[in-house]
Ligand binder design. Sequence first.
Ligand code: HEM
Length: 165
Amino acid sequence: MRTKALDQLCAWLEHTPMSQTIQTVDWIVPAVQTIHILAIAAVMASVLMINLRLVGLVGRDQQLNAFSGRFLPVIWWALPVLLVTGVIMIVGEPVRSLENPVFQLKMALVLSAIAITLGYQAPLKKNPVFWHVSGAHRIAAVVLALVSFMVWVSIVLAGRWIAYF
Ligand code: HEM
């Protein structure tokens, strides 16, 4: 999606002192990309562990909320790091991301992934074994794990694809 307002925003951003600094200081972009990638590794490892537990492939000796209680904070702490590092990359090269449909898709997927993670976490606060209380809940848990994993992997693919679209 490209609109006149978005064009104007990108043109303004590109000429701000902060953008000029990001564009001209050689180490900023690689350093920020490295932090972005480390945070992706933390998020994806945690997502994988929670989803494997949801389908019952790991950690079956631990209750669902105790197990995910170790990994959910990693997701919630890494997301602001991804946001801040992502914003720095956007400010450095606004047109490349803000006007790129793949970037826009990635942001929609990030919002979906946040909604899915909250949807997984919220019922566990009321019932620590919510996702495993009945057969129907277990089926819902497997569906949730598959959808969640697909959405997070799509975010990673979209993130990399931005550079080629
Ligand atoms: C939370 C808000 C986020 C923002 C604003 C953001 C923004 C960005 C930007 C601007 C880039 C640079 C793209 C380019 O110019 O090539 C990027 C790269 C990337 N992002 Fe994000 N991102 C966010 C979250 C995430 C998340 C949650 C993931 C995956 C779990 C992710 C995965 C990636 C990947 C794989 C790359 C490519 C890295 C590389 O090859 O250097 N991002 N992101």
